[in-house]
Design a binder for this molecule. Structure first.
Ligand code: RB5
Length: 149
């Protein structure tokens, strides 16, 4: 499984923690930046990771900024992207089981590295439950295509 990783300056340090976690597992990753704590604009990185997931180059994306909010807003502009902002493991579990989220976003100014890694672990190891959730995701895709208004 290949993961697309990205952060802005605020999330850079936590992204490094996530990279260590991934390198210790059987997963592979592509780092979409940033590569320092120099100020950066989160939409640039969200776009790069969202495109990697949208194209199938990576199965999942992980995006970290100060709050996780800007990354989620930006990534969700892409068709087929379901980016979920999670601050604890239960939300990460439901984001995968119910929402089939394909991008996880987190806030480095909100949570610390221990929690981040437990959220990542749950997110990457939980499957979509399907069933009743399929129709709800279908309705989201109708919204993307402006077919429900
Ligand atoms: C950067 O200061 C901050 O605005 C950004 O990391 C993020 O929190 C935006 O949602």
């Amino acid at each position: 499984m290949k993961i697309a990783l990205g952060s802005d300056h605020a999330g850079f340090s936590l992204k490094e923690n996530v990279i260590e976690y991934i390198e210790a597992s059987a997963l592979t990753y592509i780092d979409h930046g940033v590569f320092s704590e120099d100020s950066a604009d989160y939409p640039d990185i969200a776009a790069s990771v969202a495109q990697a997931v949208q194209s199938g180059e990576s199965e999942y994306g992980i995006l970290i900024c100060g709050t996780g909010i800007g990354m989620a807003i930006a990534a969700n502009k892409y068709q087929g992207i379901r980016a979920a902002l999670c601050g604890e493991a239960y939300s990460a579990k439901c984001a995968r089981e119910h929402n089939d989220a394909n991008i996880l976003t987190m806030g480095s100014r909100v949570i610390g590295s221990g929690l981040v890694l437990s959220i990542v672990d749950v997110f990457l190891n939980t499957s979509f439950a399907g069933g009743r959730h399929n129709n709800r995701l279908h309705k989201i895709s109708l919204l993307e295509n402006d077919k429900m208004n």
